[in-house]
Write a protein that binds this ligand. Structure first.
Ligand SMILES: [Zn+2]
Length: 282
């Protein structure tokens, strides 16, 4: 099933022959967009008038399993998507599609295309050959190369924000408290040079009096940073936009490390103090 309305609309556009040859999906959820695009590929390729979870045809099954040679997915190889990955793709698509009507490529984390790879892509994009369709997915349009952006139909696919407070097990009546403390804690930690050790006692230990609560708090902080790092800025934490990415990543790493030791650490206060000392070196 296609969750996103805008992606769903593309099914009709395809059947009305109004389909582009290249799409750039800008999303706040890479996984969900990927899943929706796979569903889209099934809906436009299924020989049996695709029905929900089409089980009638082998083809939909094969698309799900990723074994159709006409559908190629590319992910970053290390930090970037590299030229040789695109050359390989071109080689693959020299022949007319066999199993489905189109040769389809899907570029995941498209902002990671390096310049050489992007240049190699241009032929696909400038002289769209028949039966080649490209899907680019990114959650960071700003860092994407203009050469690619300008040649794609851009589709914004935002999915509803999952409540991360709920995700880490914080009950509804406590959510405001956790959110406010998290905000104050991060603000103080990252933008002011207050005494962090004092802050631990006044903020964390005064409000969260046991290990379970402290664990929930740090789990929550971890996810807040995760969203920020992935460019999903939450209104309450908008100030994090001003913080350098390296600093956010380091803080996230500290939190992860500390979360691992909370269950074994007898003295929570000491653990928090150590955490602060590490933070001060940032
Ligand atoms: Zn099918």
């Amino acid at each position: 099933m296609i969750v996103n309305e805008r992606i769903q609309k593309l099914v009709n556009q395809y059947h009305e022959n109004k389909f582009s040859h290249a799409f750039l999906f800008v999303t706040n959820d890479l996984g969900k967009t990927h899943q929706d695009i796979i569903s889209l590929i099934k809906e436009i390729s299924c020989p049996n008038k695709y029905k929900e979870n089409c089980e009638e045809c082998n083809l939909c099954y094969q698309i799900d399993s990723g074994v159709i040679p006409n559908i190629k997915e590319i992910y970053p190889d290390g930090q970037f998507i590299k030229k040789n990955q695109i050359l390989e793709l071109k080689e693959n698509f020299k022949t007319k599609p066999l199993y489905i009507a189109n040769n389809i490529y899907l570029i995941n984390q498209a902002e990671r295309l390096n310049a050489a790879a992007a240049n190699t892509m241009l032929k696909f994009l400038e002289e769209p050959e028949n039966n080649i369709i490209g899907f680019f997915i990114t959650n960071n349009k700003e860092t994407m190369l203009d050469t690619i952006k300008s040649r794609c139909q851009i589709i914004i696919t935002n999915y509803e924000d999952e409540n991360i407070l709920q995700k880490v097990g914080i009950e509804a009546e406590e959510q405001d408290l956790y959110q406010n403390i998290a905000k104050e804690y991060l603000e103080n930690n990252l933008t002011k040079s207050n005494d962090l050790i004092y802050l631990n006692k006044s903020l964390i230990l005064n409000n969260f009096d046991d290990r379970v609560k402290i664990t929930k708090f740090f789990n929550y902080l971890y996810l807040v940073l995760d969203k920020t790092i992935n460019n999903e800025i939450m209104e309450e934490f908008a100030f994090l936009k001003q913080i350098k990415l390296t600093k956010l990543l380091t803080l996230q790493k500290f939190i992860y490390k500390n979360l691992e030791t909370i269950p074994f650490n007898v003295n929570i206060e000491l653990l928090l103090d150590n955490f602060c000392l590490e933070m001060e070196e940032l």
